[in-house]
Design a binder for this molecule. Structure first.
Ligand code: TXA
Ligand code: MG
Length: 321
């Protein structure tokens, strides 16, 4: 692809970033989860440019980011969903890291939803993100800011590495607060389904939803979220995940690789906000430091563990049980 000039903007220059969205350009911007590559969700050509910049398969739909409930009704058709339940979820978790799959309104182009009759919608907690959407005057379609298949961009330096020359603007900000992508819940059918775990946990959702199907990536139902079938989050370093193993076993592997002259780092997964926040940055830093192997001891699927282990399992090239 032909490289373009990418302008770096500060958060204070939100009007300038919004003008770029309005005129059909691409803006990489911070949210509370990860950085996103934003474009006018109603502009097919602009949305198409997101897929090109990321190298994203065209059958993997984008999340539409909104700042108000008026915009929710503009993009989603609520006539055949359980409106009370959707409202309860929104009241509890919005603005925040929860994405809802709902029937699409016709004005959302199929380029944005990758041909699906549903649309993914999220109202971010990040004040910057909401102000950008408000000033753009349109809902903003945005996938995570990374080259397709790589760990999602959570810090400015890494989004610059991946996307400089491929987007019009990159907004400079701090390391994202949460560090992994939003929880995705399908509310478009009779039974709510958790399609992607996140910082809003299954346990949190069950406080609001009396029934929740948890869709595992290895489940045939996983095809409900097109993104589930692609490789994800993989740094250049090879990730080997030790599920339910002791640190001693990892030490043996570390020794074996180091004797071969390989650079190895060891990571012990923890079910904490701090671990979540730094996980993708850790993967990307490993690449910056030419690490060959990342050996990870896993944790269980309770609470934050489900989201953390979901990302690590997808990133791993080998799982040692
Ligand atoms: O936290 C986040 O959600 C970030 C920030 C930028 O908001 N965005 C993000 O977008 O992670 P992305 O494109 O990397 O992931 C969106 C996920 C994909 O797995 C996609 O397949 C799924 O949501 N998705 C989008 N629309 C869908 C739909 N209509 N039905 C089912 N899954 C959908
Ligand atoms: Mg992504």
């Amino acid at each position: 692809m032909v490289l373009m000039e990418t302008k770096i903007l500060q958060e204070s220059q939100v009007q300038e970033a919004a003008d770029v969205i309005k005129s059909g350009g691409l803006v990489v911007f911070p949210t509370e989860t990860v950085y996103g590559i934003g474009a006018d969700a109603y502009n097919e050509d602009a949305v198409q440019k997101i897929f090109t910049a990321k190298g994203r398969p065209s059958d993997n739909p984008l999340i539409v980011h909104i700042y108000s409930y008026d915009q929710l009704n503009e993009v989603a058709d609520m006539s055949h969903v359980d409106q009370d339940l959707v409202q309860k979820l929104c009241d509890t978790f919005w603005p925040g890291p929860l994405t809802l799959i709902l029937p699409r309104q016709d004005r959302v182009p199929l380029a944005t939803t990758a041909g699906l009759e549903t649309v993914a919608v999220r109202m971010p907690k990040s004040l910057y993100a909401r102000e950008l959407i408000r000033q753009s005057g349109v809902p903003v379609a945005a996938p995570s800011a990374n080259i397709s298949g790589k760990p999602s961009g959570t810090c400015f330096e890494h989004v610059v590495q991946d996307l400089s020359g491929k987007v019009d603007v990159i907004v400079e900000s701090d390391l994202c607060d949460i560090g992994i992508e939003s929880t995705v819940v399908d509310m478009s059918t009779g039974t709510p389904a958790l399609l992607r775990p996140g910082v809003i946990t299954a346990e949190d959702l069950q406080q609001v939803l009396s029934s929740l199907t948890i869709v595992d990536d290895t489940d045939p139902e996983a095809k409900r979220s097109p993104g589930m079938k692609y490789t994800h989050y993989t740094p250049d370093a090879e990730i080997i995940l030790f599920e339910g193993r002791t640190r001693e076993n990892i030490a043996d592997w570390q020794k074996k690789y180091e004797e071969q002259g390989k650079k190895v780092v060891v990571l012990h997964a923890e079910k904490s906000e701090a671990f979540m926040k730094n996980l993708f940055k850790f993967f990307r830093d490993a690449d910056d430091n030419n690490i060959d192997y990342i050996l990870i001891s896993g944790t269980d699927d309770e609470g934050y563990g489900r989201a953390i282990m979901n990302r690590i399992r997808k990133a791993a090239s080998q799982v040692i049980l």
